[in-house]
Design a protein around this ligand. Structure first.
Ligand SMILES: Nc1nc2c(ncn2[C@@H]2O[C@H](COP(=O)(O)OP(=O)(O)O)[C@@H](O)[C@H]2O)c(=O)[nH]1
Ligand SMILES: [Mg+2]
Length: 218
């Protein structure tokens, strides 16, 4: 399976990263790149010891994700969270769904998908999905999911005006502009393992609304 690179954006995931890298290497026999936002714990050392290549990017989540896609040299790039929310089993299901697709979105909101997130987080992601559906008509329902398999050559020129997690709907808009074939596959979103979420509802909520405004009726 040499046409795949796995990209894991991280900040302070020392308690989660090593077993994930090990399990991914075992399951896929593919290079794993950790794009680290200058963790203050030993995420980088643990990732390297487990067999990942580590790159530092302090420009935020969006820049890290795009760097991962650009720096890979394989046909496919799988991006997932490194905190235990996304599982290797679901990663395999995304990989198996790639035929006839340019982008496979791991979705909490299609058949077989679900989430253990707090009721508040579930409400927020559903509200976002609904708003983007009505105002931006993106090609997937779960617009904020960060669990995705990208056909790399369609995304190397993406330059979304995004810094944080709102890069997710912005990349769906890019896929739409490119007439990419988008598939949604049900995944289960688990509570994170160790450590704390970097997501801040107010700050990132505003960023999502800004993205919605830019993508309206796109
Ligand atoms: N490189 C990088 N990774 C990030 C950044 N913010 C979050 N991450 C990683 O992105 C993934 C999702 O972030 P997380 O904090 O769990 O957000 P949540 O899942 O929405 O609560 C995790 O693997 C984080 O370590 C960032 O600014 N830069
Ligand atoms: Mg998380």
């Amino acid at each position: 399976m040499n046409d795949l690179t796995i990209v894991l954006p991280t900040i302070n995931e020392a308690g989660n990263i090593a077993p994930l890298v090990t399990a991914l290497k075992e399951a896929f026999n593919a290079p794993v790149i950790v794009i680290d936002g200058a963790s203050t714990d030993d995420t980088a050392a643990k990732a390297e010891a487990a067999g990942a290549r580590v790159m530092i990017n302090e420009q935020g989540y969006a820049s890290s994700l795009l760097q991962g896609i650009r720096d890979a040299d394989t046909q496919w790039v799988l991006v997932m969270d490194a905190d235990g929310s996304h599982t290797v089993e679901d990663a395999k299901r995304l990989w198996e769904a790639r035929e006839d697709a340019d982008l496979v979105v791991g979705s909490r909101m299609t058949k077989g998908g679900g989430s253990d997130g707090s009721a508040f987080r579930r409400f927020l992601s559903r509200a976002l999905a609904r708003m983007f559906k009505w105002f931006a008509r993106l090609p997937a329902r779960d617009v904020s999911s960060g669990f995705r398999l990208y056909r790399r050559d369609l995304f190397t020129d993406a330059e979304p005006a995004a810094r944080f997690f709102e890069v997710q709907p912005a990349l769906l808009a890019h896929a739409k502009r490119k007439n990419a074939r988008v598939k949604e596959v049900g995944i289960h979103y688990h509570q994170r393992g160790e450590g704390r979420s970097k997501n801040r509802v107010f700050r990132y909520g505003l960023a999502f609304l800004g993205a919605l405004w830019r993508l309206r009726k796109g």
